[in-house]
Write a protein that binds this ligand. Structure first.
Ligand code: GLA
Length: 394
C-alpha cells in the first residue's frame, strides 16, 4: 500500500504540472465491501457493510469561471465542463459515459438540491480497484461531494449527501443502484461494520471480533453485463413485490415479505420471479443473523451464513459466473477461512471472506495459488480494514 505522505506529494506534484499552481483543498472517500446482503438495498432490506482502507482522493483549487477541469492519475485523459450546462440530466446509457460523468453528476445533483457548487481544477487518485464490486464510483462521487462542500464552506447532512450521490448515479449517469454504496462511503467508521436498514436509512455499528480479518479475493474478471442484468434483477424483485402486494396490502417491497408468505404463494409468481424473491427474503434474514452472531465470532454459524449466501446468489439470484465459483472453491478450502461469499453486484469482481487473523497470510497465498491453478488468472487477495467515511484526509 502506498504511503499517504508520498501519495499526497505525488498528487501535488502532478497537480502543479497540469495546472501550474498548488492544490488548496483535499478530500477523500472510501470504497466498501458488503459482508452480507446482496441486492437487498433496492428492496428496502438490510445489508451488513463496511468501508475499506482503499479510497479516492481529490485535490483541487477553485476557479472563478464556473468551470470544472478534472484529471485522474489512474486513467489517462482529462475533461472540462461548465457548471451552467448541467441543468438537465444527460440520461446517457451507462456504456456511453466515462468516469468524469460521476463528477458532473454530483455537481448536477448538489446544484439541483440548492447547494452552491463552484468551479475548480481537480485531480483524482484512487486506490479502489475499478469495476470489481468495491464501489469505486461511490468513492469518487462522495469525495467530489465533500470537495464541493469544502469549496463552498458548507456541510450537507450526511445521509442527504449519500442520497445526492445516489441521485447523481440514478438520474445523471443512468445506473439504477440502491443506497448501499454511497451510504457506506459517507457513513463508514474506522474499525467497524455497519448494519444498514435500507428502509429507515439508519445504520447500527456492529463490532467485529478482533481475531477475525476481512479478506478481499478479486477474480480480476471485470464485471460483465452488470448494468443490464442488474436492472433485470431489480425489475423481477419489483414484480414479485407487486404481485404479493395484491394479496397482502402491507407488502410494499420484498422487505415486507416473509418466507411463509412466499412459499404459500409460490404458484402466483412466475418461476424466475419466485427464485429471485426467495433469495432476497433469505438474504435479509441472513443479514440480521450475521449482525447477531458476528460480535461473538461463532465460527460455525458464520460459515453457514456465508455459504448459504453464496449458494443462493448462484442458484436463485443467478449473479455468479464460473470465475466466482472457482474463487469460492479456492477460498472455502483455504487455511484459516471462516466464511466466503460474493461481494458487490456479482457477475465477476470480488468475493469476500472472514478469515482467522493469525492465518490471513497463509489464506492469501493458498487462494492465489489454487485460483490461478484452476483459471490461469492471477487474482488479487488482500485484507482490508474499515476506514472513516468521506471527508478530510486523515
Ligand atoms: C451495486 C449497487 C448497490 C447494490 C449492490 C448489490 O453495488 O450499486 O446499490 O445494489 O450492487 O448489493
Amino acid at each position: 500500500m502506498i504511503d499517504p505522505g508520498e501519495r499526497k506529494e505525488r498528487m501535488a506534484e502532478r497537480f502543479r504540472q497540469i495546472y501550474g499552481r498548488d492544490p488548496q483543498a483535499w478530500r477523500r472517500a472510501p470504497g466498501r465491501v458488503d459482508l452480507m446482503g446482496s441486492h437487498t438495498d433496492y428492496n428496502q432490506g438490510y445489508v451488513m457493510t463496511m468501508t475499506i482502507d482503499r479510497d479516492t482522493w481529490v485535490a483541487a483549487a477553485s476557479r472563478p469561471d464556473r468551470r470544472v477541469a478534472i484529471c485522474s492519475m489512474n486513467i489517462a485523459g482529462c475533461n472540462e465542463f461548465s457548471l451552467d450546462e448541467l441543468k438537465q440530466p444527460l440520461q446517457l446509457p451507462a456504456s456511453a459515459t466515462d468516469w468524469t460523468s460521476y463528477v458532473a453528476g454530483v455537481a448536477w445533483a448538489m446544484g439541483a438540491d440548492g447547494w452552491p457548487v463552484s468551479g475548480f481544477d481537480g485531480l483524482v487518485h484512487s486506490t479502489v480497484p475499478f469495476g470489481s464490486g468495491l464501489s469505486s464510483s461511490a468513492a469518487l462521487e462522495m469525495a467530489v461531494a465533500a470537495l464541493f462542500e469544502a469549496l463552498g464552506g458548507y456541510r450537507v447532512e450526511r445521509l442527504r449527501l449519500a442520497q445526492l450521490g445516489q441521485r447523481a448515479e440514478n438520474q445523471y449517469v443512468g445506473m439504477n443502484c440502491g443506497i448501499l454504496d454511497q451510504f457506506s462511503s459517507v457513513m463508514g467508521q474506522a474499525g467497524s461494520t455497519i448494519l444498514l436498514d435500507c428502509r429507515s436509512l439508519s445504520g447500527q455499528i456492529i463490532p467485529m471480533p478482533p481475531d477475525l480479518a476481512v479478506a478481499i479475493c478479486d477474480t480480476r474478471l471485470e464485471r460483465h453485463l452488470a448494468g443490464t442484468e442488474y436492472s433485470e434483477r431489480r425489475a423481477q424483485c419489483e414484480e414479485g413485490a407487486r404481485i404479493l402486494g395484491g394479496i397482502y396490502p402491507q407488502v410494499r417491497t420484498l422487505r415486507d415479505v416473509s418466507a411463509e408468505m412466499l412459499s404459500r404463494h409460490r404458484a402466483d409468481l412466475p418461476e424466475v420471479v419466485y427464485r429471485r424473491c426467495k433469495f432476497i427474503v433469505q438474504e435479509d434474514q441472513r443479514v440480521l443473523e450475521l449482525a447477531d452472531c458476528l460480535p461473538e465470532g461463532d465460527r460455525a454459524r458464520l460459515g453457514e451464513l456465508f455459504s448459504a449466501s453464496f449458494a443462493g446468489a448462484r442458484d436463485l439470484y443467478e449473479i455468479s459466473v464460473p470465475a466466482m465459483q472457482a474463487m469460492h472453491a479456492a477460498m472455502s478450502a483455504a487455511p484459516g477461512v471462516v466464511g466466503a461469499r460474493q461481494a458487490g453486484a456479482g457477475f465477476g469482481g470480488c468475493l469476500v471472506a472472514l478469515v482467522e487473523n493469525a492465518r490471513a497470510d497463509t489464506f492469501a497465498e493458498y487462494v492465489s495459488q489454487a485460483y490461478t491453478r484452476s483459471t490461469g488468472i492471477q487474482p488479487n487477495v488482500y485484507t482490508v480494514q474499515a476506514s472513516d467515511g468521506a471527508g478530510r484526509l486523515a
